[in-house]
Design a protein around this ligand. Structure first.
Ligand code: MLT
Length: 406
């Protein structure tokens, strides 16, 4: 009889955002009159900008004409997009990146999970706590996480790095301990915290010393407002020999429904005598057939003058929402973090209320959907996360509703 991957049986019942969707659907069904405001999953709400729409329309037209029709594209992405990324996301910030170090894909979520294919199952994986659950669940699926303990909410083989208010939500480099794969996400999901150059340098130095690899998720890079915050791990000397970076058009340009992202694997990055760029290329060419041409044309349009300006307008719109949430809740006497360089606001629940209880209270009494901090890991207990990706009016109303029930 066929054997299943038993690691799946060890996973908690459902993925965090599916569980939230389930609870929200159940509440809506029982209370059809409730006008919910959703500040839970970080999904964008503003339409694609005109430059992207124009480029996608033109690409659709090309696909309908014999001379310009395209079948399979390069698995790694079209040169026009890889070149634009290298120029605008890296060279413009003083970072040299070759186009063939950039792999265009259908999402940072998929890449953060799929990257595990090129690493052995015995590696010790370090994750922040709280953490974007994809890093944890995909390592559990691959058999790298050990056993799940429901009481502690932890996996036996993962190395958890508590990120708390006391340490500024910044993970501490393990001293005297070998970890092999290190997931870092800055600006951080869920806390909205950032890492400065010195903090990232400490990670790069550690990884180069012990032969670890940093998996750096920069999906929220576009939301950085403060000048000294690094936008890429590759701004840090030494990162090319120890880091892989994930970036996405999802939050930057409203592509959550369009699916386009990219992963950067430098040529200098080698482990066990093998080039990780070659391994990732081998993985992608075997298991992935590239992002649709029309979508890649849309993505490339954000690097035109008009596209840059329009995308920035949308990001500013969300940044204003973040300020409305942060300042509104602070005025109400609540303790909030994040929301300055990130679209997430990390709110300490009042009177130490457990995350899921506060989530339920906000859902039922204020009809506002949030994400319970405990869903991101044990150190997220006592917090909830709000996103700035809603509509401006709905966001302002959500803040008033929350204030009114407290
Ligand atoms: C989130 O809410 O954390 C994100 O939207 C999830 C994702 O990007 O997959």
């Amino acid at each position: 009889m066929v054997q299943i991957n038993e690691n799946y049986l060890k996973l908690p019942g459902s993925y965090l955002f599916s569980e939230i969707a389930r609870r929200v659907a159940a509440y809506s069904e029982a209370n059809p009159q409730a006008k919910l405001i959703k500040l839970g999953i970080g999904d964008v709400t503003r339409p694609l900008c005109p430059a992207v729409i124009e480029a996608m329309h033109a690409a659709v037209d090309e696909m309908g004409v014999q001379e310009t029709f395209r079948g399979y594209g390069p698995e790694q992405g079209y040169d026009f997009l890889r070149d634009a990324i290298a120029k605008h996301d890296y060279a413009a910030r003083g970072v040299q990146m070759a186009a063939d170090e950039i792999f265009v894909s259908d999402g940072a979520k998929s890449d953060c999970g799929n990257i595990g294919d090129i690493f052995g199952t015995d590696n010790v994986v370090a994750v922040c706590d709280p953490v974007y659950p994809v890093y944890v669940d995909t390592n559990a699926m691959a058999g790298r996480a050990g056993e799940y303990d429901e009481k502690t909410g932890k996996w036996s083989r993962l190395h958890y790095m508590p990120c708390t208010a006391e340490n500024g939500f910044s993970p501490v480099v393990p001293e005297g301990k070998q970890v092999d794969l290190i997931y870092l996400c800055f600006p951080n999901n869920p806390t909205g915290a950032t890492a400065n150059k010195a903090q990232l340098q400490a990670w790069v130095d550690y990884a180069n010393t012990v032969g670890a690899v940093i998996l750096f998720d920069g999906a929220y890079e576009a939301f950085i407002t403060e000048p000294d915050v690094p936008h890429s791990i590759f701004e840090i000397p030494g990162a090319r020999t120890c880091a892989i970076e994930f970036r996405s058009f999802s939050k930057t340009a409203g592509f959550t429904g369009n699916r386009c992202a990219y992963t950067v694997v430098p040529h200098e990055l080698e482990r066990g005598g093998a080039s990780l760029n070659r391994l990732w290329n081998r993985r992608q060419t075997t298991k992935f057939n590239g992002v649709p041409y029309v979508v890649q044309r849309g993505a490339a349009a954000i690097y035109t003058d008009a596209g840059k300006k329009q995308v920035q307008e949308t990001i500013s719109y969300y940044q204003k929402n973040a300020a409305v949430i942060r300042e509104g809740l602070q005025t109400a006497g609540l303790t909030v973090y994040g929301g300055v360089n990130a679209p997430y606001i990390w709110l300490k629940t009042p009177d130490g209320c457990p995350s899921w209880d506060f989530f339920d209270r906000l859902l039922q009494e204020a009809n506002v959907v949030t994400t319970p901090g405990a869903g991101f890991g044990p150190s997220g207990e006592g917090y909830i996360r709000l996103t700035a990706f809603g509509g401006a009016a709905a966001t302002a109303e959500a803040v008033e509703r929350v204030k009114a029930i407290l």
